[in-house]
Design a protein around this ligand. Structure first.
Ligand SMILES: O=C(CO)[C@H](O)[C@H](O)COP(=O)(O)O
Length: 146
C-alpha cells in the first residue's frame, strides 16, 4: 500500500504523528507538506493529493487540517475519491468496510493525537467488505461517470 499524506498549517502536528504511525506499520508513504511557516490554503494540498490517488499513483491519502472538513470537501471534488471525515474508531472501521473510502480526513483541532493515531491505524488496516456494499459504491462511480 502507498499512502500520500498532507496537511495545512492546522494539521502539522497531527500529520507528524500519523507519519510516525505509517513508519511503525511499514507503510510506504510520501509526505507532501505543508512545510508551514505561516498559514496555507487546504485545497492546495487536498486536491493534488486526491488527484494522485485518483490517478493510481497512491492507494490512499490521509489529509489533516484544523477540522478535517475543508480537506474532505476539497478531496471529494476529485472524481474517484471517497473521502471520509472521521473522528471516532467505529466510523474509521466502517468507512473502509462499507464505503471503501480511499481518503481519510481528520481535524487536529477536534480530537487528541492518541485517538487520531488509532483512527488512522484502524482505517489503514481495515479492508473493504464488498458484497452488498459494492453495488452502492458502484452507484457513486456511475453518477460520477454520467
Ligand atoms: O480546518 C480547516 C479547514 O476545514 C482549516 O485548517 C482552518 O479553517 C484554518 O483556519 P485558520 O486560518 O484560522 O488557522
Amino acid at each position: 500500500m502507498r499512502v500520500i499524506l498532507a496537511s495545512d498549517h492546522g494539521g502539522v502536528n497531527l500529520r507528524q504523528e500519523v507519519a510516525g504511525l505509517l513508519t511503525e506499520l511499514n507503510v510506504e508513504f510520501e509526505d507532501i507538506g505543508c512545510d508551514c511557516e505561516g498559514s496555507v490554503d487546504y485545497p492546495d494540498y487536498a486536491i493534488p493529493a486526491a488527484e494522485r490517488v485518483a490517478n493510481g499513483e497512491f492507494d490512499k491519502a490521509i489529509l489533516i487540517c484544523g477540522t478535517g472538513i475543508g480537506m474532505s470537501i476539497s478531496a471529494n471534488k476529485v472524481k474517484g475519491i471517497r473521502a471520509a471525515l472521521v473522528h471516532d474508531l467505529f466510523t474509521a472501521k466502517v468507512t473502509r468496510e462499507h464505503n471503501d473510502s480511499n481518503v481519510l480526513c481528520m481535524g487536529e483541532r477536534v480530537i487528541g493525537p492518541g485517538l487520531a493515531v488509532e483512527i488512522a491505524r484502524t482505517w489503514v488496516q481495515t479492508e473493504f467488505e464488498a458484497g452488498r456494499h459494492e453495488k452502492r459504491v458502484n452507484k457513486i462511480s456511475a453518477y460520477e461517470n454520467e
